[in-house]
Design a protein around this ligand. Structure first.
Ligand code: GDP
Length: 616
């Protein structure tokens, strides 16, 4: 699923263009919201064909309104696949055009198209050419230098089809979204709707959410549950990474949330107040960046006052890059690789931006310390945790030493990266003997989900059995992980871990849901009652197995169930007794032997007024 974000100088025609492209009027959405028809508002979408010609909904994040435009844009632009930079042809490049493009560049937005709009106002073709040259010039200083420039008019509809085609081609050529099975949604809007309660919206990153799922909201660590999900005004059961998503939450009030909070799966991410980053000061910044300079950090949808500690230089000149450690005034949630922007608080101005290298450094680094600077350089250029994670995603399940070997990292970087991934809880590590077993989150989830689904189905099919036989569980897990050899030992390790995490129980023979207890149906219970009545009528000469089975309607599972539960005890191929009757017999014979030296078969027979067969 793809998302386009709009950018551009105020009044250059962004909203009008989005309306012309999508036919969606945000005001109409507002009205539907008021009537309780939708929780997903303010975001339009457009149908565009992919490389194979199949059409998909592509979300468009347009940030309406003039107040705090940059802040709104920053909240909306995180996580977009492509930018639609709108420039009015009659005015050309303006200060905000420059600032927005710089931000798109710093956030490394993967692709962009420039819509040179309002061409209906231009009579002079030379003017249009000049503006185009100017725009191309501006683009050439950024990573978006190849962005196509498309002249359009929202009024005459000129160029709109070309613009759609250009966007479609651009999106079709993007690499797929990262899915780390560790979903997070930076909240960019919070509101409450009658009939729904608390609703938050944002762009979903790194994984998927499902209806019914328990979630955690960071940094406050509040827990809530997903009551419903909407994307593009449609209810969905689960979402895809990169979706524009509206989440209806239960268990949390709007007053407990703020923009920039992040919705995550419980215990998958932690917040931080210290973060190591690489940073580039914009070439047209008015002055150098100083050590301990106050800044506003924009990351995800959050805006957080911070202090920039300059680790490797006295000052940073405009256009220069350097390592910073940011000290945040309140906790935030981010992961390595996230892009951020720093702005000067007042007068408000974009200073530059960069990449998060370590979201949870162990401590406040000493400035100019060669060791920590070298560590930052490695992180910036190799991002070892990314490498390690990608290797694990490829191998899916492996021993730790094999993972480190396959990632081809030097031992220190490897150990560092592993520690980082542990902190991010980006993998599953199971202690097993002297070499832990490592799993990617995806592989882990597939194993848990696959086995849980199978065990649930088994319980439904065989409500009297304890659970899925272990051998069947092992073959199932093996099919989930083709290419990985699932030895009995490894299989046992996995089952133990499932039990430790209270996901699935197991005993020597079977794997079961923890809240499952074998139980007969009403009809089966009737047969059981009938059988037990027959046993009660002649406790010491009850129906033999064959007859018992007949009373149970030939249901061998039901007989097994009674034996497993201890209701019946099997003494021979033929002879069954009720558990309590057998215990009573043992007790009586024991008492008899208190007073006699021995007991004969005949005496036992007479004692219980039964036949020789039962006595024996
Ligand atoms: P935004 O602030 O960038 O979202 O700009 P708007 O979409 O609100 O448009 C600003 C003004 O430009 C409005 O008065 C629009 O009617 C006008 N406008 C937008 N697109 C066009 C266009 O293609 N041609 C003409 N002539 N006017 C336009």
């Amino acid at each position: 699923m793809h998302i386009i974000g709009t950018a551009g100088h105020v009044d250059h025609g962004k909203s009008t263009l989005v309306r012309a492209l999508t036919g969606i009027d945000p005001d109409r959405l507002k009205e539907e919201k008021a009537r309780g028809m939708t929780i997903d508002l303010g975001f339009a979408w457009i149908e565009l064909p992919d490389a194979a010609g199949v059409t998909h909904n592509v979300g468009i994040v347009d940030v309406p309104g003039h107040i705090d435009f940059i802040k709104n844009m920053l909240a909306g632009v995180g996580g977009v696949d492509a930018a639609l930079l709108v420039i009015a042809a009659d005015e050309g490049v303006m200060p905000q055009t420059r600032e927005h493009l710089a931000i798109l560049d710093l956030l490394a937005v993967p692709a962009a198209v420039v819509a040179l709009t309002k061409v209906d106002l231009i009579d002079d073709p030379e003017w249009l050419e000049l503006v185009e040259l100017d725009v191309a010039d501006l683009l050439s200083t950024t990573h978006l230098r190849a962005a196509p420039i498309v002249p359009v008019s929202a009024v005459s509809a000129a160029g709109l089809e070309t613009l759609k085609r250009t966007l479609a081609t651009l999106l079709a050529n993007l690499p797929p979204r990262r899915n780390r099975a560790r979903p997070r949604l930076p909240i960019d809007r919070i509101f409450s709707l009658s009939g729904f309660g608390t609703v938050v919206t944002g762009t979903l990153l790194d994984g998927a959410f499902s209806v019914g799922e328990a979630v955690e909201i960071l940094p406050a660590q509040r827990t809530a549950r997903i009551r419903s999900l909407q994307t593009h005004r449609r209810h969905v059961e689960s979402s895809l990474p990169g979706s524009r998503l509206a989440i209806n939450l239960t268990g949390v009030g709007t007053d407990e949330l703020r923009r920039g909070d992040v919705v995550v799966r419980p215990n998958t991410l932690a917040s931080t107040v210290l973060v190591d980053v690489s940073f580039r000061l914009l070439a047209d910044a008015p002055r150098p960046l100083k050590h301990n300079q106050p800044v506003d950090l924009f990351v995800g949808a959050a805006e957080i006052p911070a202090v920039a500690r300059l680790l490797g230089a006295e000052t940073l000149a405009p256009g220069q890059e350097g390592w910073l450690q940011l000290r945040l005034s309140r906790p935030a949630v981010m992961v390595a690789g996230d892009r951020f922007i720093l702005r000067q608080p007042s007068p408000s101005l974009t200073l530059g931006g960069g990449v998060v290298l370590s979201p949870q450094p162990q401590r406040r680094w000493r400035r100019f310390d060669p060791k920590s600077l070298a560590r930052l350089a490695t992180l910036a250029h190799g991002l070892p945790d990314e490498i390690l994670l990608q290797t694990l995603e490829r191998l899916r399940l492996t021993l730790r030493k094999d993972l480190l070997a396959a990632a081809e990292l030097d031992p220190v970087a490897g150990a560092d990266a592993l520690a980082e991934l542990r902190r991010q809880q980006a993998l599953v590590e199971i202690a097993a003997g002297d070499e832990p077993v490592m799993l990617s989150l995806n592989a882990w989830r597939q194993l848990v989900d696959g086995l849980t689904t199978r065990v649930t189905a088994f319980h439904r099919q065989f409500p009297l059995r304890r659970g899925l036989p272990r051998s069947a569980a092992r073959s199932l897990l093996q099919t989930v992980l083709p290419g990985v050899t699932l030895s009995v030992r490894l299989f046992n390790t996995l089952l133990e871990e499932f039990a430790r995490r209270a996901l699935l129980g197991n005993d020597d023979a079977s794997v079961y849901l923890l809240d499952f207890a074998p139980a007969p149906t009403a009809a089966q219970q009737q047969a059981i009652d009938q059988l037990l009545a027959a046993f009660a009528a002649a406790p010491y000469a009850p129906p033999i197995q064959q007859d018992a089975l007949r009373i149970l309607g030939g249901d061998a599972d039901l007989l097994d169930f009674l034996l497993e539960q201890g209701v019946l005890t099997r003494l021979s191929n033929d002879v069954l007794l009720r558990g309590e009757d057998f215990a009573g017999m043992v007790a009586q014979i024991a008492a008899y032997l208190q007073e006699h030296d021995r007991v004969t078969l005949a005496e036992v027979r007479d004692l219980f007024q039964t036949s020789r067969k039962y006595a024996q």
